[in-house]
Design a binder for this molecule. Structure first.
Ligand SMILES: [Zn+2]
Length: 199
């Protein structure tokens, strides 16, 4: 016995979310049907449509943006000569939450992974090199995760950027080996950031 098609479709949509199995997807879909009124559902649908319509990728750093540039790249009070390189947008938000970093970012959209088949060409690396070539940059802070993939990526970037007259530093101190930046608490991230060293 199957649910009506519309409900099956919604279950299917929820089941695509990370960590959501078929049973949880079924529970979410039934919850929408029985506990949400029409206005809630319209708000929910509009929020989903909004992320495809209104959110872009910042042309400079790869962060989420509502126009060409993200709020951080547009902010002239930030230090545009200091660029912190993160694997993903979630890591950027983790660092922003500690409210202590005043430079700008570069989002790689992942890390080099031989097992997952992610190579340098899949990452947002070329625009980073362009930024280093064309803009006055003093320091690149490599804040990729303390995992095999994150370390491999940091090492690769270090080699790539070594030819330019910039300081390359790496946050590592305080972050556990195998640690994912976005799961570390704010104090650990702050310590990791303050304890960055020449790389
Ligand atoms: Zn940006």
């Amino acid at each position: 016995m199957k649910y009506p098609t519309a409900l099956e479709d919604l279950i299917e949509c929820f089941s695509h979310l990370p960590s959501v199995g078929k049973k949880t997807a079924e529970r979410y879909a039934l919850y929408c049907l029985t506990h949400m009124d029409e206005a809630d559902i319209v708000d929910f649908s509009n929020a989903l449509i909004g992320i495809t319509k209104d959110i872009h990728i910042c042309t400079s750093c790869g962060n989420l943006a509502e126009g060409d540039l993200c709020d951080i790249c547009k902010d002239s009070s930030r230090n545009h000569k200091q660029v912190l390189v993160v694997e993903n947008v979630k890591d950027l938000f983790t660092i922003e939450k500690i409210n202590s970093y005043r430079g700008v970012y570069h989002v790689l959209n992942g890390a080099i992974s031989f097992s997952k088949g992610i190579s340098i060409n899949d990452l947002n690396i070329e625009p980073l090199i362009d930024r280093v070539k064309n803009k006055e940059i003093d320091e690149i802070i490599l804040a990729t995760n303390a995992t095999l993939e994150g370390e491999t990526t940091a090492r690769y970037l270090k080699e790539l950027l070594n030819t330019y007259p910039i300081n390359i530093t790496r946050i590592a101190h305080g972050l556990p080996v195998g640690g994912d930046l976005s799961y570390a608490d704010e104090m650990t991230v702050l310590k990791a950031f303050e304890g960055r060293r020449e790389y």
